[in-house]
Design a protein around this ligand. Structure first.
Ligand code: SAM
Length: 222
């Protein structure tokens, strides 16, 4: 994988994959997008006191970091499962300034979420437990992932990696979504929305982060 760090419009960095010609976050603002799509419309929207989260695509760990910071602030015991097929090389991770951009506490958490072991539970802080699975979601049965209240679906775009957005993958994710659980993604493509609706989610198109008109949130109402 050929990766390089680029700056985005809010001053935060992201990683650019030169083979796919795709970046890990919006060029209009990496932290802004992550905060809006997954934290504001997801973690803060869901009212569980002890949420379990499943993220597709750990990448730089930015969604994970922002969630961990808030878990401590809100004193919500949070269990965070994330799956990643291609962990980013440590050299690139060390150049990312997410921790420094946020707070001293964030720096410590960022280091811990990257230093901890894959495929086993890690207590990162009092309120945040992380399970990073190094695996391919296309082949994994997700048996190691607990039923989740909040799904952060942060795959590369449907035009770049259509296989990640296939019906059978989305169905697999629906099956591990808890009752009243929510599914978030930055994509608002009509095909994606229809596919998620077919899985069983009640879908809503929400205003998007800077640079995007819309994003999607689904609720598993049972
Ligand atoms: C948009 S990036 C994720 C950004 C990440 N959430 C963050 O905060 O940095 C998509 C991620 O999906 C991962 N990925 C691609 N194919 C995958 C697969 N088959 N299974 C699991 N992860 C995959 C990529 O390596 C990449 O890290």
């Amino acid at each position: 994988m050929k990766l390089r760090i680029i700056n985005t419009d809010d001053g935060s960095q992201t990683v650019y994959n030169t083979e796919l010609e795709e970046q890990y976050h919006s060029v209009k603002g990496a932290i802004t997008e992550s905060n809006y799509v997954y934290i504001e419309k997801g973690y803060l929207f869901h009212k569980s006191e002890n949420p379990t989260i499943f993220e597709v695509g750990f990448g730089t760990g930015l969604n994970c970091l922002l969630t961990a910071i808030l878990a401590e602030k809100q004193k919500r015991h949070t269990t965070y499962f994330t799956i990643e097929k291609y962990p980013i090389d440590k050299k690139i991770i060390h150049q990312l300034k997410y921790g420094e951009n946020i707070s001293t506490e964030a720096q410590v958490i960022f280091k811990k979420i990257h230093a901890c072991e894959w495929n086993s539970p890690n207590k990162i802080s009092e309120y945040f437990t992380l399970i990073k699975l190094q695996a391919d979601i296309l082949k994994n049965d997700l048996k190691k992932v607990e039923e989740s209240d909040i799904i952060y679906f942060d795959a590369f775009g449907p035009d770049k990696q259509p296989e990640m957005w296939q019906a059978d993958i989305l169905k697999k994710i629906y099956s591990i979504t808890a009752a009243n659980g929510i599914f978030l993604t930055y994509s608002a493509k009509g095909d994606v929305r229809r596919q998620l609706k077919k899985c069983g989610y009640e879908m809503k198109r929400l205003p998007g982060p800077p640079g995007k008109f819309h994003m999607l949130r689904g609720i598993k109402k049972v």
